[in-house]
Design a binder for this molecule. Structure first.
Ligand code: BG6
Length: 480
């Protein structure tokens, strides 16, 4: 048996992408709630306020707010050991800076966490997943130090409230998105200056480090990780300029992990900031805050690998299907153009582990694809099974052949949810289908896809069935 006995198998979601009920029971607006659906190939727009005639996917999402019991029961049926979810800061502190927490928000997450625990599912909570409160605009979002302080207050509230019930925590989802998707990461406009991005990132590092320290003080059993967007890349060619271009891209991304794991800015970053004449807003005591707040583990998302080179600098944009100036001719792509590279996951695990030597967890991975539902409510998603299976086999190799301690795997969107990059519903990742279209029309009924039965077998066998062709069995199960 290669996967450790206590391997954390499960799935991952984020509040804004599943909950809906965006203004119910006292919830305030977040940055995610002002993003429209991407129309005809153009990017999602960000509006100043909610405009009546526009469509905002987070406002209803898959209405997990009213369906959470059914959804978590389905996760339990698949045998989840862990469920990664995020808390919406705006359900707890609607404006971000309120004096007292919103009891209804706490009550909602009480129900979710208690339900998970009743099924023996370990919750893994992300404190901010692309949803900074709009109320914090008055501090210029993460550019203001106040936002950092209010985040710590919110985190402390949750750590205390869920003490003994939630043990695994992540501070910021994909903190390195500050360089590529600053609105998602922290409410900065998409064309924010490098200086603003670096100041906002600095405030997130400080907030995260304080929260790590607090988490350990509040409960010695807490484990708190960073969450890295897995932007792993290969050089475009052996030309020294391509090698350097790739190295520069890696430094741009990895510096975020360097700070959170090692507790200080790497020299290459300090030199760069000096060259760019960017002064970090350091106040007394910050140095030791960063040093004392290093994370216990690294969690990361992995969907693809990039190709980088001499052209990459200056053209970077996007979420995972990042534009780097190059494409990999050896890889197939998803319908959304994301290269599919299972072997790259083993490469990623090695790159991270042998740089930092702390435990790793894959907290997002999956295939966004269009699904077809048959008249009798079945979804034959063998393409998704194939994708996840090939990635899991590479994790197995990383554990078995490379000796890497992998804590667990949570597939992205075990239930269909709205896409972060486009806002679409039809870019589906789930093992569970939700009958709702891009514009929020549908019955919101849940259906089990073939992959549901397949993943259930994988978990029940602790990965053994990855080696057998269990397609017939899946078909049989889905016909029952
Ligand atoms: C990750 C984000 O980068 O990618 C998720 O953490 C997101 O929020 C996921 O949903 C997949 O991207 P998309 O654009 O297909 O939703």
């Amino acid at each position: 048996m290669v996967f450790p006995k206590n391997f954390l198998w499960g799935g991952a979601t984020s509040a804004a992408q599943i909950e809906g009920a965006y203004n119910k029971d006292g919830k305030g607006l977040s940055t995610a709630d002002l993003m429209t659906l991407a129309e005809e190939g153009s990017p999602r727009e960000i509006t100043d306020t909610v405009e009546e005639e526009r469509f905002y996917p987070t406002h209803q999402a898959i209405n997990h707010y009213d369906h959470f019991e059914e959804d978590i029961a389905l996760f339990a049926e698949m045998g989840f050991k862990v469920y990664r979810l995020s808390f919406a800061w705006t359900r707890i502190f609607p404006n971000g800076y309120d004096a007292e927490p919103n009891e209804k928000g706490l009550a909602f997450y009480d129900k979710i966490i208690d339900l998970c625990l009743s099924y023996g599912i370990e919750p893994l909570v992300t404190l901010q997943h692309f949803d900074t409160p709009i109320g914090l605009k008055k501090f210029n979002f993460w550019i203001g130090r106040e936002t950092s302080d209010y985040f710590v207050k919110y985190a402390q509230t949750m750590l205390q409230h869920f003490k003994g019930r939630v043990r695994y925590w992540l501070t910021f989802n994909e903190i390195n998105n500050m360089s590529t998707m600053p609105w998602n990461a922290g409410g900065l406009s998409i064309d924010a200056s490098e200086e603003d991005k670096m100041i906002a990132a600095y405030h997130q590092f400080i907030a995260s480090a304080k929260v790590v320290k607090l988490a350990h003080e509040i409960d010695g059993n807490n484990l708190i990780g960073m969450m890295y967007n897995g932007h792993f890349s290969y050089p475009n060619s052996s030309h020294p300029m391509d090698i350097q271009g790739n190295e520069d891209f890696q430094k741009l991304m990895m510096f975020y992990a360097d700070v959170q794991v090692r507790g200080e800015y790497p020299k290459y970053k300090l030199k760069e900031l000096e060259r760019l004449k960017i002064k970090l807003p350091i106040v007394e005591g910050d140095k030791s805050i960063l040093k004392e707040g290093t994370v216990d583990f690294i969690s990361f998302s992995y969907y693809l690998t990039h190709v980088c080179g001499r052209l990459t600098k200056g053209i970077l944009k996007g979420l995972n299907g990042l534009e780097t100036g190059y494409q990999n001719p050896y890889l197939e792509r998803s319908e959304w153009g994301w290269p599919i590279n299972p072997q790259g996951l083993r490469f990623a695990l090695n790159a991270l582990y042998y740089r930092y030597e702390i435990p790793l967890m894959i907290v997002e991975n999956g295939l966004g694809a269009r699904d077809e539902i048959t008249r009798d409510g079945r979804i034959h998603d063998d393409y998704r099974i194939d994708y996840v299976q090939r990635h899991l086999l590479e994790i197995e190799k990383a554990i078995d052949l490379d000796g890497i301690p992998v804590m667990g795997y949570t597939s992205w969107g075990p239930i269909d949810l709205i896409s972060a990059s486009t806002g679409e519903m039809n870019k589906r990742y789930g093992f569970i289908y939700v009958d709702v279209d891009d514009r929020g029309n549908g019955s919101y009924k849940r259906f089990k896809k073939d992959s549901f039965y397949w993943y259930k077998e994988v978990i029940a066998s602790n990965g053994k069935t990855l080696h057998s062709n269990s397609k017939d069995k899946i078909l049989f199960e889905s016909l029952k």
